[in-house]
Design a protein around this ligand. Structure first.
Ligand SMILES: *[C@@H]1O[C@H](CO)[C@@H](O)[C@H](O)[C@H]1NC(C)=O
Ligand SMILES: *[C@@H]1O[C@H](CO)[C@@H](O)[C@H](O)[C@H]1NC(C)=O
Ligand SMILES: *[C@@H]1O[C@H](CO)[C@@H](O)[C@H](O)[C@H]1NC(C)=O
Ligand SMILES: *[C@@H]1O[C@H](CO)[C@@H](O)[C@H](O)[C@H]1NC(C)=O
Ligand SMILES: *[C@@H]1O[C@H](CO)[C@@H](O)[C@H](O)[C@H]1NC(C)=O
Ligand SMILES: *[C@@H]1O[C@H](CO)[C@@H](O)[C@H](O)[C@H]1NC(C)=O
Ligand SMILES: *[C@@H]1O[C@H](CO)[C@@H](O)[C@H](O)[C@H]1NC(C)=O
Ligand SMILES: *[C@@H]1O[C@H](CO)[C@@H](O)[C@H](O)[C@H]1NC(C)=O
Ligand SMILES: *[C@@H]1O[C@H](CO)[C@@H](O)[C@H](O)[C@H]1NC(C)=O
Ligand SMILES: *[C@@H]1O[C@H](CO)[C@@H](O)[C@H](O)[C@H]1NC(C)=O
Ligand SMILES: *[C@@H]1O[C@H](CO)[C@@H](O)[C@H](O)[C@H]1NC(C)=O
Ligand SMILES: *[C@@H]1O[C@H](CO)[C@@H](O)[C@H](O)[C@H]1NC(C)=O
Length: 584
């Protein structure tokens, strides 16, 4: 008997060594502005081993991007859970870049996908709403944006709400209650159909770190596990865990291994701020963890892409605690699922370049975003006489808006996509014939309203030049000529204003943003028909777009800089190409 058992053990071990070879892969899995990930695996038909992730979108619209993968490597944008302005009209009136959509929790239950999240209002006393507007949306076909429901709002004082279905059929919401009270994790029974919430119980306060948040409940081996983030979302970020035999506690923290169960705090790792995590299993039962991380090193100075999604192999022995692998740029661990890349859904693989030509009858691709809800009529694809162009009708406000914080429902005309590569080149062609002083169209490397750099064509008085050239004399009767203006929100980066070279006037211009080295972007312009004449007008330091909760966007804008009335610019030949990732 024992001989047979030994043989079986040897065979099993050999089988693991030979066939279950561990894999290596790279982080981040969702590069760029994809913070606070919540990820699941779904094995029911028609999903059969598909992984899904949702991430925070703050002020951008469409909101809550959903990515899917079959192999945990190739991640495809499949839909945006908030794609219709009528789902959440108040996203157009939020103030400050810390507001908007925080930390969606994605779960699948009995054929339906659920997302619980919070619309946060920061610094808006005049609206007189609660700071926390919690709501859920659901879908039975997450590969389509239009499948996501209208929100069901529910009353929860706090944020980072996450659902849990207990074995007795009851459903609970667990969330973080705010830090202006004693911070901690609260839980209440909820009806996901009606949004009705029962009595709230304070179930854990964490291990004493700042801002206990991002809770998720897992049921395993007779325990309820409660995993949360602590330390705030900066360098002290960490993930901690506790467990209980009852859903509503008391929850007791782990002792071996001790909390935190994963962090990169106090290390020299390039990937910092690891936390705000979630756990799921693959088809063979191996556990994986996702969380957010910032590629900044402990210096924490240059990380324009902000908080990104990383993946780590996790071991979770029966009756024990989950053991994470430390997060880095190159990972070793469980064999990755062997599967063909996901092909369903609306958007591209996250690593795919853009070449968008705005053909007639098309819509803006799902990876394109606006800052808050766009004014629909300000964006027209292939309008009459302008085949393969996107017409941008100006907003009165420029990308800074009123005070670097607010813009209101009249919005800011801006269409963009996320920076997802350390090095990249983004360019568009622009046809623009400004009529009035300060009419402007161009390209922006944009983090938030008070952190951006723009290169625009702008109509200015002819004398308004920082280096008065004597070779131009294009002053019309108005005394105004088109200039190239580079400027941004970082006071130490000087504005550059030069007249558009007279030989380029009236021509289609190419405008380009390039992350050409680790610390700086170049912003360049030239005649589209003569690319060898491209001139770099300004250099934008990445520290000027490193800040806060979000990550950089690159895109095109059109504004009258405060003037009533409007102007139009035509954008074409939109390209974004990644040129490398720094991972260490
Ligand atoms: C949206 O904001 C307005 C105040 O501007 C408020 O009256 C209204 O109740 C809000 N709507 C929702 C769904 O919260
Ligand atoms: C699962 O969903 C079906 C319909 O979609 C419903 O009839 C059934 O009651 C649900 N089961 C549970 C356990 O919620
Ligand atoms: C937005 O927040 C800023 C900074 O707190 C504040 O000064 C401003 O009044 C707020 N604007 C609105 C419209 O709420
Ligand atoms: C805000 O609402 C509270 C409670 O509903 C009320 O007491 C207060 O007067 C309101 N404030 C404003 C500015 O409307
Ligand atoms: C929300 O819940 C809190 C207590 O949990 C209660 O004081 C408040 O009245 C509720 N608000 C609404 C609109 O039901
Ligand atoms: C959380 O802290 C508050 C305030 O100190 C305390 O009253 C409460 O009992 C704590 N909750 C738990 C679950 O320990
Ligand atoms: C990092 O080190 C500081 C200073 O020793 C300490 O206060 C903090 O708790 C540490 N953070 C983590 C997550 O270990
Ligand atoms: C993870 O990193 C920490 C801090 O550098 C280190 O103490 C620990 O041994 C590492 N764990 C593993 C499994 O490498
Ligand atoms: C494979 O990866 C898992 C998860 O990181 C780890 O526990 C295990 O030791 C690895 N096995 C080998 C043979 O490296
Ligand atoms: C303007 O463009 C012409 C033609 O390409 C070029 O010869 C000239 O040097 C440019 N002028 C300036 C000031 O760059
Ligand atoms: C990147 O280029 C800028 C502008 O030329 C320069 O000031 C900066 O030092 C460069 N950064 C690195 C890391 O080489
Ligand atoms: C934005 O527009 C305002 C007028 O609405 C103007 O005062 C400000 O200088 C402009 N600034 C930037 C950086 O966009």
């Amino acid at each position: 008997m024992s001989g047979i058992r030994t043989a079986l053990v040897i065979l099993f071990t050999l089988q693991r060594l030979v066939w279950a070879k561990n894999s290596s892969y790279n982080n981040p899995i969702l590069p760029g502005f994809h913070p606070d990930p919540s990820c699941i695996s779904v094995f029911d038909a028609p999903y059969k081993g598909t992984f899904f992730c949702a991430s925070s979108s703050f002020s951008v619209f469409p909101g809550i991007p959903l990515h899917a993968s079959k192999d945990l490597q190739n991640w495809k944008l499949i839909s945006n859970a908030l794609s219709r302005p009528e789902q959440l009209p108040n996203l157009s009136i939020t103030n400050k870049s810390t507001s908007g959509i925080w930390a969606p929790a994605l779960r699948y239950h009995n054929g339906t996908f659920w997302i619980l999240t919070t619309l946060v209002y920061d610094d808006q006393p005049q609206i007189n709403l609660s700071r926390w507007d919690n709501f859920l949306v659901h879908s039975s076909d997450p590969f389509r944006s239009d499948s996501w429901s209208q929100p069901v709002h529910f009353n929860f004082t706090g944020y980072d709400t996450s659902p849990f279905w207990d074995e007795d059929g009851k459903t609970y919401v667990t969330g973080s209650h705010p830090w202006n009270l004693q911070p901690g994790i609260d839980q209440a029974p909820i009806s996901l159909e009606t949004g009705e919430v029962g009595a709230t119980v304070n179930i854990w306060n964490g291990t004493g770190g700042l801002a206990p948040e991002g809770p998720h409940i897992y049921r395993k081996d007779g325990w309820y596990y409660l995993m949360i983030a602590e330390g705030g979302t900066g360098l002290n970020h960490m993930e901690t865990i506790a467990r209980s035999h009852q859903i509503n506690g008391p929850y007791l923290p782990n002792v071996d291994p001790n909390n935190p169960i994963v962090t990169n705090a106090n290390t020299s790792a390039y990937f910092q701020t690891v936390g705000h995590a979630d756990l799921f299993q693959d088809a063979v039962g191996n556990w994986w963890g996702v969380g957010l991380s910032t590629r900044s090193g402990p210096e924490f100075l240059v990380s324009p892409m902000g908080r990104e999604t990383v993946l780590a192999p996790v071991s979770w022995p029966e009756g024990g605690w989950p053991i994470w692998t430390n997060v880095s740029g190159t990972m070793d661990g469980w064999q990755l699922p062997l599967a063909k890349p996901e092909t369903r859904g609306e958007g591209p693989l996250i690593t795919a370049p853009d070449h968008v030509t705005f053909p007639p009858g098309s819509s803006l691709p799902p990876q394109f975003v606006h800052w808050r809800i766009p004014v629909a009529e300000n964006y027209a694809i292939s309008p009459p006489g302008h085949r393969n162009q996107l017409r941008l009708t100006s907003s009165k406000l420029n990308l800074t808006g009123y005070d670097g914080n607010y813009a209101g429902p009249a919005g800011q005309t801006f269409v963009a996509r996320r920076q997802v590569d350390t090095f990249f080149t983004f360019s568009v062609n622009i046809d623009f014939h400004p009529q009035e002083e300060e009419d402007e169209a161009g390209v922006s490397i944009f983090l938030v309203q008070n952190h951006h750099f723009d290169l625009g064509v702008v109509l200015l008085p002819s004398a308004n030049t920082s280096s008065a050239p004597d070779v131009y004399d294009d002053t019309g009767a108005s005394g105004l000529t088109p200039h190239l203006r580079f400027r941004g929100t970082l006071p130490t980066t000087p504005e550059v204003v030069i007249p558009v070279n007279s030989t380029w006037l009236g021509q289609t211009l190419t405008m380009e943003i390039k992350a050409f080295n680790y610390t700086h972007y170049s912003l360049s312009a030239g005649p589209a028909a003569h690319q060898h004449l491209m001139q770099t007008i300004g250099y934008a330091p990445a520290i000027g777009v490193t800040f806060g909760f979000t990550g950089t966007l690159v895109g095109a804008y059109c504004t009258t800089n405060g003037r009533n009335g409007s102007t139009e610019a035509y954008v074409s030949n939109w390209r974004y190409t990644g040129q490398g990732q720094v991972r260490t």
